[in-house]
Design a protein around this ligand. Structure first.
Ligand SMILES: [Zn+2]
Length: 369
């Protein structure tokens, strides 16, 4: 088996699409349970509720518990069953959507996802990342069904906090480097090759429009650049995993991200921000000098960390960095998807070298201005 194409039935992206949400949701059911938190629900409430009413869809808002747990997924699935809902709508960033996905899978309901930020491909993919009630990672589960419908309103995305958007770009541009690395030593069937082409297209689009889109989000303008970038973050990156499957996985960049999570000082950073630094580490390990500098410039424009100081690790000890390097190379880590052997010593050196080059780079750009 080499082709696994997991994708939503429909993905619709348009400015103000929420004003027509009811038309698109009506074929799925007449009673909808909206899952989100106070903020995400308030972002969509006006347009979504108006449209659902116009289409004769009864709905209720349900605030989820804040963490993606199986217990919460089952609670919402039970509630939807007992109260006779037909469809579940997940509204938010990763966590609300992952919880709604779990509830839909556990209860057998069709699922609609409405992302309120463009920071990952959670709205597209058929999997949820589960945590225990203390917020510690438990496991991820790939469900049988993908969302029936993904509705992306680029006005909502353009009005979201730019820090999520920028971190989303960093966590998407990495797909190309990681997919390329993990596919390098494997036989590339047609779906894998297609996934790689999509990943490259995605990175090229982000290099061309990402910075402009980020500026537009700061100004809350839903421009063409925002649309293109949003498609990359949510849809194209979802397609890379959907088509490339086991041949196009994460590699060193995400392993280094995971390594950094052992240090308390990095916990204030977003996922994509730690991945940004991890991507530079990966390119350094690969000796891809030209790409390294191109990416460093791009990440700087997106206010992503390129030095340890910017990661909150100004005074980090060698001992702590060794722990990061060790954790990055743990047996189960995706760093072993790299086409060559990577050791903790190599990661340790690469982390320090990226910091050194990053500091020089920042100094030069200050002098230039
Ligand atoms: Zn990621």
């Amino acid at each position: 088996m080499h082709l696994v194409m997991a994708s939503p039935n429909r993905y619709i992206q348009e400015k103000d699409i929420l004003k027509q949400a009811g038309e698109h949701i009506a074929p799925l059911g007449k009673k909808a349970l909206l899952v989100g938190d106070n903020i995400t629900l308030s972002v969509v409430r006006e347009n979504l509720s108006q449209s659902l009413k116009e289409s004769g869809i009864y709905f209720k808002e349900e605030i989820f518990g804040g963490e993606v747990t199986k217990k919460e997924g089952h609670r919402i699935a039970e509630l939807a069953k007992t109260e006779g809902y037909d469809v579940i709508i997940g509204i938010g960033g990763g966590k609300a959507i992952d919880t709604a996905k779990a509830a839909s899978a556990f209860g057998g309901f069709p699922l609609v996802t409405i992302p309120t930020i463009a920071s990952n491909c959670a709205a597209w993919t058929p999997l949820s990342v589960f945590y225990n009630e203390d917020g510690v990672f438990e496991e991820y589960i790939v469900f049988q069904n993908s969302p029936a419908l993904v509705l992306v309103d680029t006005r909502v995305i353009a009005e979201s906090p730019v820090r999520y958007f920028n971190a989303g770009i960093a966590d998407t541009v990495v797909k190309w480097y990681e997919a390329r690395a993990s596919a390098a030593n494997r036989e590339k069937n047609v779906p894998t090759q297609t996934a790689l082409n999509i990943a490259r297209e995605c990175a090229e689009t982000l290099f061309e429009y990402g910075v402009e889109a980020s500026q537009d989000v700061k100004l809350r303008k839903p421009t063409k650049a925002v649309e293109k970038t949003t498609d990359c973050i949510i849809a194209l990156s979802g397609m890379v995993g959907g088509l490339g499957s086991d041949n196009c996985r994460i590699a060193a960049a995400h392993a280094v991200h995971n390594g950094f999570t052992v240090l308390e000082e990095t916990h204030h950073l977003f996922h994509g921000e730690k991945v940004a630094y991890g991507t530079l580490v990966q390119l350094f390990l690969e000796n891809e000098e030209q790409e390294f500098y191109k990416l460093m410039e791009f990440l700087t424009k997106l206010e992503q960390p390129i030095t340890l100081k910017q990661m909150g690790l100004e005074n980090v000890s060698e001992d702590s960095l060794s722990k990061v390097a060790e954790a990055s190379c743990a047996a189960e880590e995706s760093i072993h998807n790299m086409p060559f052997k990577v050791t903790p010593d190599m990661v340790f050196d690469a982390i320090k070298k990226v910091d050194e080059i990053g500091n020089e780079y920042l100094l030069k750009s200050v002098c230039k201005n």
